[in-house]
Every structure is written in C-alpha cells, then in structure tokens.
Design a protein around this ligand. Structure first.
Ligand code: FAD
Length: 388
C-alpha cells in the first residue's frame, strides 16, 4: 500500500487551505491525498471576516478572489444605528465556490497531489502511521489532517450554544442597499429572550445576502427562518418586489468544550473539527488560516505539526467562556452586550476578537460591559473550571 506524507481528510475550507499552504511551502513536493465525499462544486457557503489593511500587514492568501471588501460596516443595536469604526481593518467576503475553484486549479498543477471523492468511515492511529478507511479502502500517511466534523456537544459542564442561520440572496425591484456598507448585526428583530439578528451583505444596490441568525440551543424549522427573513425584508428594506436567487443555511458550534487538536501522534484535527471556531462569535475562517500557516511552519521547521499555545494566550478561551455564560444564562440582554462591545470599543474590538490585544486593552474593553452580569459569569466559569 502506498504511504502518503499527508492525508487531508475532508477537503472543505480547512482541508483545501492546508493543501494550498503546503504547496506554497518547502514541503511542496510531499505526497498529499485529499479525501472528501462531495465534489465541492456548489456555492455552499460564503465566508466573511475582517483583516488589517496596513502597509506592513500581508493580506490573506485568497485576497485576489474575494467577492467584496468594505472599508466600512454598520451596526443596529440598542443605543446605536449606523457605521462603526473599522479602524485599520477591512471587512471581506469570499464565496465558497470561488475558493473551491481557485484551490482546485492550484492543486491540479501538482502531480504529487491526489484527490478522491469517497466517504471516510474511520480514522485511526497506528505505530506505522495514521490510517483512514474510506469506502472500505485503507489509506496510510505520516500525518492525517482531519477536518471531518460531526456536531456532538454533550458535556453538560460546558457552554454549548449553536449559531444557526438561514440567508437569502435577494434581487430587488428598487435600489435599497448601500453597496459600500454591509450591516454586520441588525438587532431590530424580536429577541424572544435570546440573541437574534440579521446580517445584510450587499453585492450592489439591488442585490444582497440577507441572513437571519440566532445564538441559542434550539434550531428553528425552515418555515420559521423564512418567516423572520420575510418579516425583516418587509419591515426594514424598501425592496418593491424581490426574487430569491440562492439560499444558505448553517449551524456553527459556539462551545467551550475542549477539543484535542492533536489526539494522537499521527492525527491532527483542523478547522471546526480542531476547535478553530471562536466560541463567542462563531467566526472560523480567518483563525483557520492563521492556525494552518503555523502548522505548516512547524512542519517545515521541526517535522512535526503541533502548535504550541502559550499559557497566557489561553486567557482568550476563558473570556469566551465568560461571554458564553452571559449569553446562555441570559444574564443581560444580548443585543445590549453586543451594542456595547462593538460601539464602545472602536478599532479595539476587531483586534480583541482576533486575540491580538494587550492585556491592558482587554481591561479597557471589559469596562464597557455590564458589570454585574459579567462578574457573576466570571465566578461561575471560574467555579466550573476549578471543579472540573
Ligand atoms: C453556511 C455557512 C456559512 C459560514 N460563514 C462563515 C463566515 O462568514 N465566517 C466565518 O469565519 N465562518 C463561517 N462559517 C463557519 C466556518 O468557517 C465554515 O463552516 C467552514 O467551512 C469550516 O471549515 P472546515 O474545513 O472545518 O469544515 P468544512 O468546510 O465543512 O469541510 C469539512 C469537509 O469534510 C467533508 N466530510 C465530512 N465528513 C466526511 C466523511 N465522513 N467523509 C468524507 N468527507 C467528509 C465535508 O464534505 C466537507 O467538505 C460558516 C459556516 C457555514 C456552514
């Protein structure tokens, strides 16, 4: 049986990004096998993320295929309606299909990269290497990078919320969108005691992705998402008649359940499966890019992929848990928490969510939050951590 250097189990966002970074690195001639059960030829999702836009910062590897980028975003919350200061950041949008096509075209240039459309049944470590069983065939490699993920959040001692959403790309009769300004959160929807908002990501004056999003633990029926989308469009957008050309649905874990990124010697979990999702926001794309680049760098420098995370850096996980605790226990209305976070911390908030801030900036940000709800959450999380 042929032994590969790397098997990438799951050729979605994380798997294809990893393959791309490997091919840009001194490891470009290693043998790589990518396994996925679907062909990835549909626009199955759209990623949005922010990125610093300064002379010294390098844009993401997929900057040339971005669908849109914006220098300004707006926010509708409890005490604020209008633009918020992005500072040195840009808000960016990448369509799934553009990413899949771009990476696939790159992979096709390399004879050492194989792709197979198969269903993975099992991933297993052995002293000889990592094994994957897919469609009853065994495959072996020095390292398996596993991004196959099934949502199983069942440790009650953790906070396990879900970010779930349905979006429509609509084309309207009347020009009603500002193409220069996406709405990243619009809380003018009934909250029903949890956290609900709408994104509006404009493509032009008459076309936008309008997405109804919830942070809670109960999925809605399809009809319920549709009803909320319809209500929002009728109430807040002067569309005239409109047509729906695409729909998008997703569920992202917002959980502080511990994920073992390196469960055994030859297996590395990446993407959502590796716990790369930011628990308090659900944003995954940009973190995955960063983490994968550091995995590739470690492979180049040490021959091993394991990322080292400093003890001090782990404080961000603690903050995420506190934030989730406030949301899950409903300690303060979520629309007001987000309004304070986004509007009273111009510039600082995006660095904070990227985990790039200094401790002093984090303390400044905490002073803008409702005091008692976060103090209760802090002690509740501390108690849980100490007792587990
Ligand atoms: C609709 C949607 C929109 C999102 N929008 C954003 C956003 O705007 N910003 C952001 O930061 N994050 C966003 N996310 C979250 C996250 O970035 C995406 O889910 C991202 O695709 C995660 O990458 P991944 O590689 O971990 O998983 P995926 O991209 O889902 O890749 C996993 C791959 O594994 C394959 N697979 C799984 N099981 C098997 C199996 N048994 N056999 C073979 N193949 C298998 C799947 O087919 C899939 O291709 C969004 C998620 C969704 C669902």
């Amino acid at each position: 049986m042929k032994k590969y250097d790397f098997i990438i189990a799951g050729g979605g966002m994380a798997g294809l990004s990893l393959a791309y970074y490997l091919l840009q690195s001194p490891l470009r001639n290693k043998s790589i096998l990518i396994l996925d059960r679907v062909a990835k030829n549909q626009n199955d999702r759209t990623w949005c993320f922010w990125e610093r836009n300064t002379k010294s910062s390098r844009p993401c590897a997929f900057d040339s295929i971005l669908f849109r980028k914006w220098n300004s975003v707006s926010f509708n919350g409890t005490t604020h309606a209008g633009p918020i200061d992005l500072g040195k950041y840009q808000y960016k949008m990448l369509r799934g299909i553009d990413f899949y096509d771009f990476v696939r075209a790159e992979l096709e240039k390399w004879p050492n990269v194989e792709q197979k459309q198969v269903t993975i049944d099992r991933i297993k470590d052995t002293p000889q290497g990592g094994f994957v069983i897919a469609d009853d065939e065994p495959y072996i490699a020095d390292y398996i990078f596993d991004s196959t993920f099934s949502l199983k959040l069942n440790q009650p001692e953790n906070h396990n919320l879900l970010q779930h959403f349905k979006g429509w790309v609509i084309t309207t009769e009347k020009p009603c969108f500002d193409p220069d300004q996406p709405k990243i959160m619009d809380f003018r929807v009934e909250q029903h005691g949890d956290c609900r908002f709408v994104y509006v990501l404009p493509f032009d004056e008459k076309t936008a992705l309008v997405e109804f999003t919830l942070f809670n633990d109960t999925l809605l029926t399809d009809a319920e998402y549709d009803a909320e989308l319809r209500r929002y469009i009728d109430q807040f957008l002067d569309t005239g008649a409109y047509q729906i050309s695409e729909t998008e649905y997703g569920v992202i874990p917002m959980s502080d359940e511990f994920t073992e990124e390196n469960p055994s010697e030859h297996i590395v979990r990446i993407g959502t499966a590796g716990g790369f999702t930011k628990a308090s926001t659900g944003y995954t794309f940009q973190r995955t890019q960063r983490y994968l680049q550091s995995i590739v760098q470690n492979l180049v420098e040490t021959g091993k992929p394991n990322r080292q995370i400093s003890w001090f850096k782990r404080r961000f996980k603690f903050y995420d848990s506190i934030f989730l605790n406030v949301l899950e226990k409903n300690r303060h209305p979520a629309d007001d928490v987000f309004t304070r976070v986004y509007t009273r911390n111009p510039r600082r908030i995006f660095a904070f969510l990227d985990e790039d801030t200094r401790f002093i900036d984090e303390l400044r940000l905490f002073t803008t939050l409702p005091f008692w709800p976060f103090i209760y959450a802090f002690f509740s999380v501390l108690r849980r951590k100490l007792s587990s």
